[in-house]
Design a protein around this ligand. Structure first.
Ligand code: GDP
Length: 459
C-alpha cells in the first residue's frame, strides 16, 4: 500500500550522523511538529516563519542554560526527504551535546525514531518506492566503486522503472481478460492469446536476465569469498599479507601455524574479494590440525573462488594433481599459484600441462599484479561491461522475481490447455502481485518491519 497521504502524528528525532565524537553532528527531526518543537528550544529567528530550504544560525538552550551554537536547516512539507516537516540541527560533534539536545527535544514532544523510520516515512508518503528505499541502505553501506554505482542506480529508480514497465504490460492483458469475463456468454476473446503468449515469453526472458544478474549483484554487494588453500609453509600468510599490504596474518617458519581463519578484503578494480586463509589440507595425526583440515574443506565449500598455493620447490606435478583432486572443489574456479619462484625460476616448466596456473614469489612481490589480474578474470564480470544493464542485488527481489516467473509459467500452461479466462486472469494477477512486492505496490506490515528494522536509527 503506497499512499500519498500517510499522515503521521508523531514527530521523530534521531542522530543522523555516526555515533561518537566528530567535528559536527546532525540531529534530524521529522513530523508535523518538527519545526515548532525546534523553535521552542532555539534562540534566533522564529523558525515557524521561515521559508523552506533555509539555514539559520542560533543557539539551543535548556531553559537559560546554553547547550550549543547550531545551524538549523528547514525543510517544509512536502519538500523534504520524508515529505513531512524536517529539521536538521547541525551542532558540535560532542556526544554530550548530542544527548542533551535530543533530551530537550524529547521533552518538548518529539519521540525517538525507530530504525529506518525516516526512510519508512519517505516510502509511506510516496517519496520513493520500496526498492528505492532499500537502495538507500545499500548506498550507505556501499564500499566500492561498483557497489556504489549499482545502489545509486537503484535508488534513482532504474530498477523500479524496469519492474513497473513489466507490470504495466501485464496489467493491460489482465484487464482485457477480465473484460472477457463480463461477456462470458458471448464467448469473445478480447485478449489475443498469441500476443499474450509472446508478451509472457518476452517478460520471462527479461526476468531470466534479472535473475542471472543476481550472481554478479551478490558478488558486488558482498564481495567474492575467496579461499587460499595450501600445505603449511607454502606461503599463504605471506601472500595474504602482500595482497592486504599489511601484516595481518602471522608469518612463521613452523609448518601448520596458520590454524585460524583470517578473513580480509582486497579490492581489485572495484570488486571486493574476501580472502580466507586456511590451515591447508595436510593429512595429519595432530588433533588440532585435523580439525583445521575439516574446516578447510568447509571453507572451500563456502568459497566462490579457490586459490591453491604450493611451494614450487617441494611439490611435484603429480602431487599437485592429487592435492587439487582431493580438494573436491566441485566445479568451482581454482587458480593454481606456484609460489617461491625466486628460489627456482626454472621449475615452472614442469607444470606446463596445468591450466589456470600462475607463478609468483610472495615474499619478493613478484608477479603480484598478474596474479590479481588472474583472480579478477575468474569472476564473471561480463555484466560489468554493460553499464546499462540492471543488476539485482537483493535476495528479496530475487524471491519475488522467481514467484513472478512461476506464475507466468502457469499462465502459459493455462493458455496451452485452454483453461477458462477466469483462471488465466487469476494467474496473471498472481504474477502482478509478486512483481508488486518488489516496488512496494503490495506490502504487508511484516515485510516493512523486516526491511526497515535492518536500517540504522537515524536513516
Ligand atoms: P603458510 O604456512 O602457507 O602460511 O606459509 P608462510 O606464509 O608462513 O610462509 C612460510 C615460509 O615461506 C616463510 O618463512 C616465508 O618467508 C617463506 N616464503 C613465503 N613466500 C616465499 C617466496 O616467495 N619465496 C621464498 N623463498 N620464501 C617464501
Amino acid at each position: 500500500m503506497t499512499s500519498l497521504n500517510f499522515l503521521s502524528q508523531d514527530t521523530i528525532v534521531a542522530l543522523a550522523t555516526a555515533q561518537g565524537p566528530g567535528a559536527i553532528a546532525v540531529i534530524r527531526l521529522s513530523g508535523p511538529e518538527a519545526i515548532s518543537i525546534t523553535n521552542k528550544v532555539f534562540r534566533g529567528k522564529n523558525l515557524e516563519q521561515q521559508a523552506s530550504h533555509t539555514l539559520h544560525f542560533g543557539t539551543i538552550r535548556d531553559c537559560e542554560r546554553l547547550i550549543d551554537e547550531v545551524l538549523v536547516s528547514l525543510f517544509v512539507a512536502p519538500h523534504s526527504y520524508t515529505k513531512e516537516n524536517v529539521v536538521e540541527i547541525s551542532c558540535h560533534g560532542s556526544e554530550y551535546i548530542v544527548a542533551e539536545i535530543i533530551k530537550i527535544l524529547l521533552r518538548e514532544g518529539a519521540r525517538l525514531a525507530e530504525a529506518g523510520e525516516f526512510t519508512k516515512r519517505a516510502f509511506l508518503n510516496g517519496q520513493m518506492d520500496l526498492a528505492q528505499a532499500e537502495a538507500v541502505a545499500d548506498l550507505i553501506s556501499s564500499n566500492s566503486r561498483i557497489s556504489h554505482e549499482v545502489a545509486m542506480k537503484q535508488m534513482r529508480g532504474g530498477f523500479s522503472a524496469e519492474i513497473k514497465n513489466l507490470r504495466a504490460q501485464l496489467v493491460h492483458f489482465a484487464s482485457m481478460i477480465e473484460l472477457e469475463l463480463d461477456f462470458a456468454e458471448e464467448d469473445v476473446e478480447f485478449a489475443d492469446r498469441t500476443a499474450l503468449r509472446n508478451l509472457i515469453h518476452e517478460i520471462q526472458k527479461l526476468l531470466r536476465h534479472l535473475l542471472q544478474s543476481f550472481e554478479l549483484g551478490n558478488v558486488l554487494k558482498n564481495g567474492v569469498p575467496t579461499v587460499i588453500v595450501g600445505k603449511p609453509n607454502a606461503g599463504k600468510s605471506t601472500l595474504l599479507n602482500v595482497l592486504l599490504n599489511e601484516e595481518k596474518a602471522i608469518v612463521s617458519d613452523i609448518p601448520g601455524t596458520t590454524r585460524d581463519f583470517i578473513e580480509d578484503e582486497v579490492s581489485i578494480e572495484g570488486i571486493r574479494f574476501r580472502f580466507i586463509d586456511t590451515a591447508g589440507l595436510r593429512e595429519t595425526e595432530d588433533k588440532v590440525e585435523a580439525l583445521g583440515v575439516e574446516r578447510t574443506r568447509q571453507k572451500v565449500e563456502e568459497a566462490a573462488l579457490v586459490l591453491y598455493l604450493f611451494d614450487v620447490n617441494t611439490t611435484s606435478p603429480e602431487e599437485l594433481k592429487a592435492e587439487v583432486e582431493d580438494l573436491k572443489t566441485a566445479g568451482k574456479p581454482v587458480l593454481l599459484v606456484a609460489n617461491k619462484l625466486d628460489a627456482a625460476a626454472d621449475k615452472l616448466i614442469d607444470f606446463g600441462s596445468f591450466e589456470n596456473l600462475i607463478g609468483i614469489s610472495a615474499s619478493r612481490h613478484q608477479n603480484i599484479p598478474e596474479l590479481k589480474k588472474a583472480i579478477l578474470s575468474q569472476v564473471k564480470t561480463a555484466g560489468l561491461q554493460d553499464r546499462s544493464q540492471t543488476i539485482v542485488t537483493n535476495l528479496r527481489h530475487v524471491a519475488s522475481l522467481e514467484k513472478t516467473y512461476a506464475a507466468l509459467d502457469d499462465v502459459l500452461n493455462g493458455i496451452a490447455l485452454g483453461i477458462s479466462s477466469e483462471l488465466v486472469a487469476s494467474d496473471i494477477r498472481r504474477s502482478l502481485h509478486a512483481l508488486g512486492e518488489i516496488t512496494g505496490e503490495i506490502t504487508t506490515d511484516d515485510l516493512l518491519e523486516n526491511i526497515f528494522s535492518k536500517f540504522c536509527i537515524g536513516k
